[in-house]
Design a protein around this ligand. Structure first.
Ligand SMILES: [Zn+2]
Length: 236
């Protein structure tokens, strides 16, 4: 087979694999809609679905590309145009990057959709107007029900210290809602991180800033983690 013909065949093969990816993801949309609609207070089922889809849409599709590349290499050897090996191998890498990027966008979007649904559910089940009273003197305590850690609060009237334990569903918002929404917020620079060194740091900064704003009780811990990540030579 002539070089031109080989290249064309390889390009067609790779673009069909991209189509296959797109097809798998769009076929998942309807069932996913229903799953999200039926979520309650966690996203465990979404994690399982994501793993399955990643396997099917990314790993298996890429495996097909590698198989095709094996055949392509054989044809290139037969054609004697060995320079094509280096030239065309790049396209395999490009496909891998494309699959990973597309799936990252899909995954982050999926978890953000689930997060919004879970938040809606929690808000419906939490009584935001409930009055919290001091266990000693029954004075009203200024409790922020969207707290993520147990807090000790001194009563203004009698001085007794009251411990407030946030509702488990509210505590869990940190993992099932706020982190996925932070991922969504920090996605744009993350998608550029392979080509732009600063983008990775920008993404970390945005991610942790979002967490600090929404989980103020853990601001210091998040700030420490962010500083560690920004100063880690591995990431710079
Ligand atoms: Zn009191």
């Amino acid at each position: 087979m002539a070089g031109e013909e080989l290249i064309q065949r390889w390009d067609t093969y790779l673009s069909k694999l991209k189509e296959r990816y797109t097809e798998i993801i769009s076929q998942a949309e309807e069932p996913l809609k229903e799953v999200i609609e039926n979520l309650q207070f966690d996203n465990v089922i979404i994690i399982n679905i994501k793993t399955g889809l990643q396997n099917q849409a990314v790993l298996q599709v890429y495996q097909k590309a590698e198989e095709g590349w094996g055949k392509m290499q054989g044809e290139i050897y037969k054609s004697g145009k060995l320079f094509l090996i280096k030239q065309e191998a790049v396209k395999l890498q490009t496909l891998r990057e494309w699959l990973d990027t597309e799936f990252m966008k899909f995954e982050v979007g999926l978890f953000a959709r689930a997060a919004r649904k879970i938040l809606e559910n929690v808000k419906q089940h939490i009584n935001e107007k409930k009055i919290h009273r001091c266990t000693q003197c029954a004075a009203e305590l200024p409790i922020n029900i969207y707290s993520f850690m147990a807090i000790n609060l001194k009563c203004d009237s009698c001085g007794a210290v009251n411990t407030y334990q946030p509702d488990d569903r509210i505590r869990a918002l940190e993992y099932y809602v706020i982190e996925p929404l932070a991922d969504e917020y920090a996605l744009e620079p993350k998608l550029r991180r392979d080509k732009d060194k600063n983008a990775n740091k920008e993404s970390f900064r945005m991610y942790y800033t979002y967490l600090m704003e929404h989980v103020p009780e853990k601001r210091e811990a998040y700030q420490r983690t962010l500083d560690e990540r920004l100063n880690n030579p591995f990431f710079s």
